[in-house]
Design a protein around this ligand. Sequence first.
Ligand code: RIB
Length: 299
Amino acid sequence: MSKILVIGSANADLMIATPTLPKPGETVRGHDFLVAPGGKGANQAIAAARLGGDVSFIGSIGDDDFGRNIRTSLSESGVDTANLCVRSRFSTGVALILSETSGENMIAIAAGANDLLLPADIDAAACAIAKASMIVCQFESPVATIERVVEVAKLSGVPVLLNPAPARRMQDEMLDGIRFLVPNRQELAHLTGLPTRTLADVEAAAKTLLFRGAQTVIVTLGPEGALRASADGACVFPAPIVEAVDTTGAGDTFVGGFAAEWCRTSDVDAAISFAQRAAAYSVTGRGAQASMPWLSDLD
Ligand code: RIB
């Protein structure tokens, strides 16, 4: 089976549901406090594994209960955690998440041990990278580390899917090593400095990233679906209609689902439709990993 190697963050998610998101200086009463394993890297690894991928995860956690819960959650979903490093003097990363009744959310993270995932760790994993069928990474780890991931994968000819979240500007040199760039609307605006309000705006902005070196840009647009831009043109994929309860981790479910299906079929458009079904399923429940589907849930 083809191997998906996810490299990135793992956090403990501290979540509160609120009727509305607070404005600066405002306090709102929330409910349903939840502590759950999360982090974009771990979430994407779990989504890909539950959806049938053969997945390994490289990340960094503290020697604490949060870290142990993350390892358990990864293992229970079938992710290989042999390369999940434990940093004894650091805390596991934490994400404070407020999620509004409408499904919107707000997240602040303290990276903790995630910041200890360094370029040297990537060099040490060069063999695993070379043997993978796809590398999946995000921007919750130090930028130098992710740059190194892209360099090593490019040297080995292994395709890289980058989810540029949280948003960060990128050099063209790095974009040139990306097979699949998967931003959401806000991240696309940040990456390009262009408006992304309408679908026409999104298409124009995505195309500038193709000119700068990315091979395929897939923009996730929540209930509006997804837009794929590549050398053979652009295409919009409408989203399945569901009632969203909590969108935390929906983008991660999309990324994991896309990776699993693309590694199975090598069909980009089929992988987008599959990822959309998985992401739509995930927004119907609370929590990032708790609401991610298994393959049988999508039947
Ligand atoms: O994408 C959702 C994730 O972002 C959460 O699980 C949180 O940990 C933050 O990393």
